[in-house]
Design a protein around this ligand. Structure first.
Ligand code: PEP
Ligand code: MN
Length: 338
């Protein structure tokens, strides 16, 4: 249910509606808009009796939200979600670049990558400190020591950091160290982890599960938002299909329906989506053209020696070349590179 307040509703009238929702043992989510405030309601298992709220002063109307996801739906929030991360923006006019190595391997390589990115106008860096590896014998990441390195990189270069959180145990440490908490494809339906990041106040980049439908993905976003964290970025990273020409099938066709059903920004990860570095630039351009709000790209100072995902990582010159091509098509598509 969505309670729409009148344009001139006073703060006292809004608080009274919030209190009435709480008195029904439901959770109110105030959603301030350009012209009026709306209040989303979650926590109900059956229908909410709208008559109890419609009679309150300042209430314009109550609208039933028909989708199973509520806070993530356009029905509840018609405008595109926008927010800032470090010194860059996520919104429908910006194409937000995030790039960096698959794994944080050591301080020197991450510092070098951050400096390179900042020099090239890319203000967000990705890198994994906790790595979900298929083999238990593969490099698992630098863990907590990596988070300390991130803090130093941020301090020295001013870059914003995106990193994956794999379990609830490290949630507080990751929230403290970085700017965006990434939830990986393997954890898209780890509901305890989703609830935990819902309690943080850092944006969450939610990768699509490798065989998740759009509805399942939006329900996962709903878990985060139900906890009060509304800064969620969806990230398409390829799904499993019969294709053997690429690691995954990058499903750019999910972008238009995601934009219709949800107000959340959507990024694309062409690196995991293809698994091969040669395919990353064309699919990045295609993502921009398809309406994506940003990219998450793997780059490495020396991809052939990377400790993980080297085959899909661009080297610095090829990444610069790709940035140049993206800049050329961003403006005609109504986007500014951010
Ligand atoms: C990653 O971004 O390094 C990663 C492990 O991604 P995914 O969860 O999409 O496989
Ligand atoms: Mn990777």
């Amino acid at each position: 249910m969505l309670v729409v307040m009148q344009a001139g509703a006073s703060p006292e009238q809004i608080s009274r509606v919030l209190d009435s929702i709480r008195a029904l043992e439901l959770t109110p989510h105030p959603l301030p808009g350009a012209t009026r405030t709306a209040i989303g309601i979650t926590g109900n298992t059956g229908a909410v009796d709208s008559r109890l709220l419609e009679v309150l002063p300042g209430v314009k109307e109550c609208i039933r939200v028909t989708k199973p996801y509520k806070l993530a739906s356009r029905e509840m929030h018609s405008a595109d979600t926008a927010f800032d991360i470090a010194s860059t923006k996520v919104n429908s006019k910006t194409f937000t670049m995030v790039a960096g190595p698959c794994s944080l391997e050591n301080e020197a390589m991450i510092m070098k990558t951050a400096e390179f990115l900042m020099e090239n106008g890319v203000k967000l860096m990705r890198a994994g400190a906790f790595k979900p590896r298929t083999s238990p014998y593969a490099f698992q990441g630098m863990g907590l020591e990596g988070l300390e390195i991130f803090k130093r990189v941020k301090k020295r270069t001013g870059i914003g950091i995106v990193t994956e959180l794999m379990d609830t145990e490290h949630a507080a440490a990751v929230e403290d160290a970085v700017d965006v908490i990434q939830i990986g494809t393997r954890n898209m339906q780890n509901f305890s982890l989703l609830k935990r990041v819902g309690l943080t106040r850092k944006p969450v980049l939610l990768k699509r599960g490798m065989s998740a439908t759009l509805e399942e993905w939006l329900m996962a976003a709903e878990y985060v938002m139900a906890g009060g964290n509304y800064q969620v970025i969806l990230c398409e990273r390829g799904v499993r299909t019969f294709s053997d020409h690429s690691r995954n099938t990058l499903d750019l066709s999910v972008i238009p329906p995601a934009k219709i059903l949800s107000h959340l920004p959507i990024f694309v990860d062409p690196s995991h989506g293809t698994g091969k570095r040669a395919f990353v630039p064309p699919m990045s351009l295609a993502a921009l053209a398809a309406g994506a709000d940003g990219l998450l790209v793997e780059i490495h100072p020396d991809p052939d020696r990377a400790m993980s995902d080297g085959a899909q990582s661009l080297d610095f010159p090829n990444f610069q070349k790709m940035l140049g091509s993206l800049r050329q098509i961003a403006e005609p598509l109504g986007r500014q590179m951010g």
